[in-house]
Ligand binder design. Sequence first.
Ligand code: CA
Length: 230
Amino acid sequence: MTEGASVQILIVEDEIEIAETLRNVLQRELFVVDHVARLAMAHEAVRSISYDLILLDRTLPDGDGLSLVRVLRTEHPGLPIIVLSARGDVRDRVAGLDEGADDYLIKPFALEEMFARIRAVRRRPAVLCVEEIRAGALVFDVVHDEALVAGVRLDLVRRELRVLATLMKRRGRTVLRESLEQAVYGFDDEVQSNTLDSHVSRLRRKLSEAGAGLEIHAVRGVGYLLRAST
Ligand code: CA
C-alpha cells in the first residue's frame, strides 16, 4: 500500500499493546500515525489536525468512543472512521454504524483484515468529496496529495507537502504553529523549534519559483497564514 504516503491516521485506543502494534504496522506502510488513549485527547487532536482516517476503540477510560463519531459526523462528514471493539454483537455493530462509523471491526482481528477495511473506506467516494483545493494559481490535489501550478507538479518533500496541505485547507486563516507541527510530525516526534520555519521558508521559495501566486505570512508568536498574492 504505497499510496499510504502522508496519509494521517489517528488511533484512539487505551490498550497500549494494541495501539503500539497498530502504530508499527501502519507506519511501516508509510502512514503518519498519532495515538491518543483518551476521548478528551482525541477530541483535541481532531480539532487541530486534519486526519484522513480514525481508528477508534469504543471502551475508553473516559467514555464510549461512539460519542466521538457523533461529533466527527457533524464537523467532518467525509472523514472515514473505523470502530475497533470487543463489543461485537449485532446491537453494538448496528449502534456503531448508525452513529455514522464507516466500518466496525471486532477484536481480536487480523491485521490483514484491518488493512483491507482501510483500503475499502478510503476508496469510497464520500471520502473524496473534496478532491482539490485552489488558491492563487495553485491546485492542491487532495486525492493524489500533490500540488500543481499550470498542470506542473511541484517538487516538494513530504513535510513541505504537509505544511502546504494544512495551510491550503485553512487558507485565509491563521493556522497555529502547534497545528502545523502536529500535522508535520505527529504527536511524539521530537520537534526542533526552528525546523517548521525552515520547511516554511523552503516552501515559500518553491511556491514563488513556480509562480503559485501565494504568500505565506508569519503571524508573530502565533503561526502562519496562507493567501493569494495581491
Ligand atoms: Ca479499550
